[in-house]
Ligand binder design. Sequence first.
Ligand code: ASP
Length: 343
Amino acid sequence: MEMNSKVLILYTGGTIGMVKDLKTGRLVSFDFNHLYTHIPELERLPITLESISLEKPIDSSEINRSHWQNIGRIVLENYHEFDGFVILHGSDTMAFTASVLSFMVQGLNKPIILTGSQLPIGTIRTDGKENLITAIEIAGAKDAQGISVVQEVAVYFEYSLLRGNRSSKISANQFDAFASPNYPKLAVAGVNIEFQNDRLFRSAKDTIQFSPELSDQLSLIKLFPGMNFNAYSSIFKLENNRLIILETFGSGNASSDVTFRKLITQFIAEGGIVLNVTQCSSGSVQQGKYETSSFFEAAGVISGKDLTTEAAVTKSMHLLGVYSSQETVKKFLKEDLVGEMTV
Ligand code: ASP
C-alpha cells in the first residue's frame, strides 16, 4: 500500500453510521467529522481521509434515482483529488447502488468501494469497524507503480470484496450478508488482503465518463406458479413503460399461459423490450433450452443471461435514460458493458 493514498468517505446513511447516544440509549447518526474519535484505529492507516455526508442521510430503502445521481456527481467532482472512494451505505439496497454506479460512472481507474454493516459502529459486536477499515485499505491500495489495484465499483462486506454489479444481499441478519454467485470474489481479507488480479475489471475507456440520466420507464415482474396474468395487463401498456424485466424460473422458463404470451407478443410488437432474468441466485438464462422458454426466443425476448436482478434493473434504467432508441437499448442489453454479465 502506498503511504500517500487519499481516500474520500461518503456517508449516505444506514446502520453503519450509527452510535448509541449515551444519555438516551437511542441509536443516532454519528458526526463523520469525529471519525477518528469513534474509530481511533484509522489514525494508524497510512491513508489520508476526508469525509462528507449526504445532506440528509437515509435508510437505504429510501434511495432513489436522484440520490444515485447525487452520489455519482460527488464522486465525479472529487475524482481527481482522491485515490479512491468509500461509500457508506445501508446494506438493504447496496447491491442496487453498486450496480447503478458501475453503469453511470464508466472508465474508472480508481476504486469506488461500498460498505455498510449489520450492527452500528457504536455497538460492541459491530461488524462496521472491520468493514470500514478494510474498505478504506482497499480504496487506498496501489501497486508498486502507484496504480490503483481496484479500478471498479465493488462491495466490501465481511472479509469479501465482490464486484458491485454481481453482488446481492442474501441475508437479513448474518454478518456474511452479500454474495456474488456468478462471479468469483475479487479479494478476500485475512491476515493480508489477497487480491485476485486476474478477476479485476479494467475498462477499455481511457477517460472517466459520467452518464447521470436514469429512466424509470421500466417494470419488474416476478413470476409464480398459478399467477393471474390479467392482473398484470396494465403493465404491458407501452405508455411510460418501455421495458419489462421478467424474473422467470430456472434457466429462463415460464408458463405457456395464452394471456401471458399474448401480452408479451403485443408489447414487443408495439416496440416494448422484454428482458428475461432468472429467479435463481446462480446460473444463467438459456432461452430455448426447454420448450417453456423457446417461446421467449421466438417472441424476441432478450436473455439477461446471468445478470442479477439488481444489475438488470439498473442497467435498464441507465440505458433507457441515455438512449431514446429502443434498438440501441436492446443492442447494449445484449452486451457486457462493465463486467456485469457473462457473454
Ligand atoms: N435498513 C438499513 C439500510 O439499509 C439496514 C442497514 O443499514 O444495513 O439502510
